[in-house]
Ligand binder design. Structure first.
Ligand SMILES: *[C@@H]1O[C@H](CO)[C@@H](O)[C@H](O)[C@H]1NC(C)=O
Ligand SMILES: *[C@@H]1O[C@H](CO)[C@@H](O)[C@H](O)[C@H]1NC(C)=O
Ligand SMILES: *[C@@H]1O[C@H](CO)[C@@H](O)[C@H](O)[C@H]1NC(C)=O
Ligand SMILES: *[C@@H]1O[C@H](CO)[C@@H](O)[C@H](O)[C@H]1NC(C)=O
Ligand SMILES: *[C@@H]1O[C@H](CO)[C@@H](O)[C@H](O)[C@H]1NC(C)=O
Ligand SMILES: *[C@@H]1O[C@H](CO)[C@@H](O)[C@H](O)[C@H]1NC(C)=O
Length: 225
């Protein structure tokens, strides 16, 4: 009888672990990457070249909205002007951007919304919502792009999206230290980071994995009796 219960435990634990594997392999559900794809689709539809994803730019985009996270107005405007120097003095260092590789920033679009939006809606309603922002997106000068997403509070909005564009031709601008890993971020998410996140919350959600592990431990105990 005990053996049989244990068997069920194993099946459930295995099922959970498989679920984790499938969830985390699905492009790791990084909505910042989805937004980069949408930006590039919009550009290529106008015969403009697609932009390369630059994780250094993505992380700095996230730092920018992190600094602005309490400045979303009732009408969803980001009412915030971080000083220009913050890029080299705060955002870059927080990400681990190697200072000698700091390139040229050629554009920025930023927006906020009271609740979470899926990437296509975030693109249309927030990031690229008027002619001005569309002009920035379609500027011929850009070569690279990075997108960041963050929410103001741990479990609540407003949510912030930011795309940062760079114009460097060479392949080596805004390089993240530690072989491209950069400094680990405790919250938010950005394009090209490899970690998954859906709504600007924590980088990754391992609750499935934790459940699976507990189930396995439980099983070992039961089968040991
Ligand atoms: C955010 O808003 C507050 C209050 O309106 C203002 O004092 C602050 O300077 C703003 N932050 C930035 C980075 O602009
Ligand atoms: C494109 O971006 C560059 C660099 O930010 C800027 O100088 C230029 O005016 C922009 N061009 C257009 C058409 O907006
Ligand atoms: C590009 O973005 C603009 C602004 O959101 C939108 O109106 C337009 O339909 C988009 N074009 C494509 C091909 O997605
Ligand atoms: C935005 O651009 C479209 C097409 O280029 C134009 O028809 C429209 O009047 C513009 N809107 C504003 C507010 O400038
Ligand atoms: C540029 O980056 C791409 C993709 O990361 C890489 O495959 C390529 O070798 C790089 N080129 C140079 C000249 O560094
Ligand atoms: C993690 O996932 C669980 C189950 O899907 C969910 O209940 C929980 O809110 C998530 N935690 C975070 C921080 O997103």
């Amino acid at each position: 009888m005990v053996k049989r219960i244990c068997c069920f435990g194993w099946v459930i634990a295995l099922g959970l672990l498989l679920l984790v594997a499938s969830v985390s392999s699905k492009n790791r559900e990084n909505q910042a990457n989805d937004l980069v794809d949408l930006i590039n689709k919009n550009r290529t539809s106008k015969k403009l070249p697609a932009l390369k994803t630059n994780p250094g730019l993505g992380c700095m985009a996230m730092q920018y909205i992190k600094e602005c996270r309490f400045n979303c107005t009732q009408t969803n405007q980001v009412n915030c002007k971080p000083p220009e120097n913050d890029f080299t003095e705060i955002f870059g260092p927080n990400c681990g951007v190697e200072l000698p590789t700091f390139g040229t920033i050629s554009g920025l679009v930023v927006g906020c919304y009271q609740k979470h939006l899926e990437p296509p809606e975030a693109f249309r309603k927030v990031l690229v919502h008027d002619n001005g922002t569309l002009l920035v997106l379609r500027n011929r000068t850009h070569r690279e792009v990075g997108v960041g997403i963050i929410r103001a509070k741990r479990r609540k909005g407003p949510y912030f999206w930011c795309a940062l564009f760079g114009s460097d031709e060479r392949n080596s601008s805004f390089v993240l230290e530690d072989l491209g890993k950069g400094i680990e971020q405790k919250e938010g998410c950005y394009s090209g980071s490899g970690s998954f996140c859906s709504s600007g919350g924590q980088n990754g959600n391992f609750s499935f994995l934790v459940n699976g592990v507990w189930m396995l431990i439980f099983c070992f105990f039961v089968s040991g009796i």
